[in-house]
Design a protein around this ligand. Structure first.
Ligand SMILES: C[S@@+](CC[C@H](N)C(=O)[O-])C[C@H]1O[C@@H](n2cnc3c(N)ncnc32)[C@H](O)[C@@H]1O
Length: 767
């Protein structure tokens, strides 16, 4: 269940101050009442107005210059040299008051003020607050929100310094999901005036959430939706994605109905959602509900299990339902969240993967290693994979043209025998006379196969121990059944094993599977990036992993300008039996070069994001229209609730920022020598820019070179990436462009990754 926290306001704390002999302190009284109302925890402001007033007096120049005095400066300097609170400036003083609570630091601190002195004193105050919170064992502190884009690097540097000095505590940056008003330039306050307003006051005054909620975002651009994420991106980058840095997403501003622009928050460490009562609207019966866009977003982000901080629920903003109705509404959203429900429903891949989300696992190597019985047992729990294999075998048997002959089947790589059992079922359903050869190279699993032959299958099967690449069978078979597929299709060396096993097939024989394809999509995930980075050796970021994705955002979108493909794109295909391979006298390929592959795929990136890696999927055709798929857009039509494979993840060792409306060109290789197979991967980012088409003519009147070296247009800061006709020698008469109204789109390169795993130096699969 989602954790729901009640936000205590300064007014709540003040009104709890009247003595109640049942509680030792007002905060303990509020904690107890919140618990009774059903909240799991509370969010408490650490400081109060007294601290704000003292800080203001010490650190901001008075509006009236006449009020300035030396004594104040001395007091300020004394504070700077030894920052400390007075008892009456803080709301929490005891360990039991802070236990399991979320503490909100002074949200008026301007770590990104226009004024350098204000920034400096705000940082001193922040460190003082964190040090005090740390003294009280606080585990999560919500930081004041960033406001001023121009000084976000200063804000981020201050947070980084705090992360280094304060141990254990999680620092959570409060960021509005978007709110352009927050970024209106802060009036410079060179030690005078008051700090810029807090989010709450801006929402309450300027852009009232109620008033703007009723608008349909007529003027809100992609750039505006992106602006707070872009600030967060700078903070996260400067803090090097510190594992104790997280995000409190402030949902005070109303959300758009189109989810795409918000998905980027799913790939971030969004640990808290701040949800004020003012964000709720009244439904037809006057009960508080959330606007559609916010509902959809909360349902989606619930799968990350953030703590929802409800605030202002006791301020009577809605006429019906009372305080508990907000809380109940959140529980209702949780119950109707597809992600949460899938996790709860047994039999789904989401339920099967609980505890494994975003956890990196090394892919199996069933050819090089001998699998454990428990691993086979896990495979065998899949309700869909074996049913689809049985159906494919059944249809292949039904379609087999020679009805009067005994049909020979071979299950190669049989493991503990589930596909043998399914093949026998299919034979019985199809009412055909048939016999099954069974091949397995794992000596331990072969004992289980012998046991099953003796007790279940008897003379319907014949067992053969050995490697399908070298073993000989007594007969050629009609149908060859294998399951040697990895998350990327070919990554458990199905193509190489089948090169050997197809020798068992008659010329017109059928292979189940008949083909499989590998697919990729660019992905962003701070969590996964953190898992692979920071290791001295290159191995970790140059190794593909099997991962059940959760806090992940696929960056690509449909659309684009025709130069780009779909959101998830196919890299390559393997078809069996393989055609046109040069074979030796034993019927085996002379080299493995026919199994190497290359793909160059162009993705459209609609919204800005940070590329951390590639998500990989596979799809297989078993027979006819029966298949297996983990492709996110197709799996539910082909093999819904199949749990055997999680996707694969190809990491990038350094993040690559992709601007909105950019293109990502990905190169992917499957390479091989006589001993190994490995993947290499690389990506480049491009930004399409519109430039006028220049018709060049020779200017005989001017002998100066300036005409061509002066920038004529400035489509992008990387103007040098565009073709300007070269000057061959300095005496050549320059050409100047004619005026033209035509424009064309060119791609300007904005970044690239390293080539990952060259020569298979970090990761490979042993043949
Ligand atoms: C992914 S498991 C599938 C096991 C079983 N068919 C199932 O579906 O549960 C692949 C099996 O193929 C076997 N295998 C892999 N390569 C082989 C080879 N070259 N020759 C024979 N068996 C092989 C492995 O030992 C393993 O038992």
């Amino acid at each position: 269940m989602a954790t729901v926290a009640g936000h205590l306001s300064l007014d709540d704390i003040a009104s709890a101050a009247d003595r109640d002999l049942n509680y030792e302190t007002p905060i303990l009284r509020l904690l107890s009442t919140s618990k009774a109302k059903g909240y799991d925890t509370v969010c408490i402001p650490l400081t109060n107005e007294k601290w704000r007033a003292r800080w203001k007096k010490m650190c901001l120049s008075p509006e009236d210059e006449a009020e300035k005095d030396d004594n104040t400066e001395r007091i300020s300097e004394a504070w700077r040299s030894n920052p400390a609170f007075l008892r009456e400036e803080v709301n929490v003083t005891r360990l039991d008051e802070a236990e399991n609570t979320i503490v909100m630091l002074s949200d008026w601190l301007e770590l990104d003020s226009q004024d350098e002195w204000v920034r400096c004193d705000a940082e001193t105050a922040l460190m003082q607050e964190l040090s005090y919170a740390s003294y009280l064992n606080v585990l999560v502190a919500v930081l004041p929100p960033p406001r001023n884009r121009a000084h976000i690097p200063s804000y981020a540097r201050a947070i980084r310094a705090c992360l280094e000095k304060i141990p254990y505590m999680h620092l959570s940056v409060r960021v509005p999901v978007y709110d352009p008003v927050i970024f209106q330039p802060v009036t410079p306050t060179p030690r005078c005036g008051s700090p810029s307003p807090s989010i709450d006051s801006l929402v309450a005054s300027g852009v009232s959430a109620t008033s703007s909620r009723s608008m349909s975002f007529p003027h809100t651009t992609e750039e505006e939706f992106n602006s707070t994420w872009e600030m967060w991106d700078v903070i996260r980058t400067i803090c090097e994605s510190h594992p104790r840095l997280s995000l409190t997403l402030d949902l005070s501003p109303p959300l758009p109905l189109t989810a795409g622009v918000l998905d980027k928050w799913l790939a971030e460490p969004t640990r808290q959602i701040f949800l004020p009562a003012s964000t709720f609207i009244a439904n037809a019966k006057s009960y508080p509900v959330l606007p559609k866009g916010t509902q959809a977003f909360i349902r989606e982000i619930m799968k990350l299990q953030p703590t929802i901080i409800l605030s202002g629920t006791n301020t009577g903003q809605h006429s019906r339902g009372g305080e508990k109705s907000y809380f109940q509404y959140i529980r209702h959203l949780e119950k109707t969240s597809p992600g949460v429900q899938a996790m709860k429903k047994s039999g789904t891949v989401e339920n099967f993967a609980i505890g494994y989300q975003d956890y990196l696992q090394a892919p199996l190597q069933p050819l090089a290693d001998n699998l454990q019985s428990a691993t086979y047992q896990t495979f065998e729990q899949d309700p869909i994979k074996y049913a689809n294999y049985e159906e494919a075998t059944f249809r292949a048997l039904l379609g087999w043209p020679k009805t009067d002959e005994r049909i020979l089947l071979c299950v190669a790589g049989a493991g503990r025998g589930p596909l043998v059992a399914r093949a026998l079922k299919a034979i019985s359903r199809a009412k055909r006379e048939a016999f099954v050869h069974v091949v397995e190279k794992n000596p331990n699993a072969f004992v289980t196969l012998q046991e099953r032959q003796k007790t279940e299958w008897r003379d319907q099967v014949q067992l053969h121990f050995g490697d399908m690449r070298t073993l000989e069978l007594p007969d050629k078979v009609d149908i060859l059944i294998t399951e040697l597929l990895g998350s990327f299709g070919d990554n458990e060396l199905s193509p190489e094993c089948l090169d050997g096993a197809v020798r068992f097939l008659k010329p017109d024989g059928i292979s189940i599977p008949s083909s499989y394809t590998a697919h990729i999509a660019p992905l962003s995930s701070t969590k996964l990036f953190n898992e692979v980075r920071g290791h001295e050796d290159l191995k970790k970021p140059e190794t593909p992993y099997v991962v059940m994705f959760n806090a992940v955002n696929i960056l690509s979108g449909e659309g684009g300008d025709g130069n780009t493909g779909s959101r998830i794109q196919e890299c390559w295909e393997f078809v069996h039996p393989t055609k046109n391979v040069v074979l030796n006298e034993r019927g085996l390929p002379v080299t493995n070069s026919h199994n190497s592959r290359f793909a160059n795929l162009n993705f459209h990136i609609p919204h800005a994001g940070v590329l951390h890696g590639l998500a990989g999927y596979f799809e297989a055709i078993l027979y006819g229209s029966v298949g297996l798929s983990i492709h996110p857009q197709r799996k539910d039509y082909i093999s819904k609730d199949m749990i055997s494979w999680f996707p694969i993840y190809f990491p990038f060792k350094d993040p690559l920022y992709l601007p909105g409306n950019s293109e990502l060109h990905v190169s992917m290789w499957r390479l091989t020598d006589q001993q190994r197979v490995w993947y290499e991967w690389y990506a480049e980012a491009f930004l399409p820019v519109m430039i006028p088409v220049l018709d060049w003519t020779v200017d005989r009147a001017s002998a100066s070179l300036t005409a061509i070296s002066t920038p004529l247009i400035t489509p992008s800061p990387t103007i040098d990436a565009l073709d300007v006709p070269p000057v061959v020698n300095k005496t050549e008469i320059p050409r100047i462009p004619n005026e033209s109204s035509r424009t064309e789109t060119r791609l300007v390169k904005v970044g690239q990754t390293a080539l990952h795993n060259p020569g298979g130096r970090s990761s490979w699969i042993k043949l």
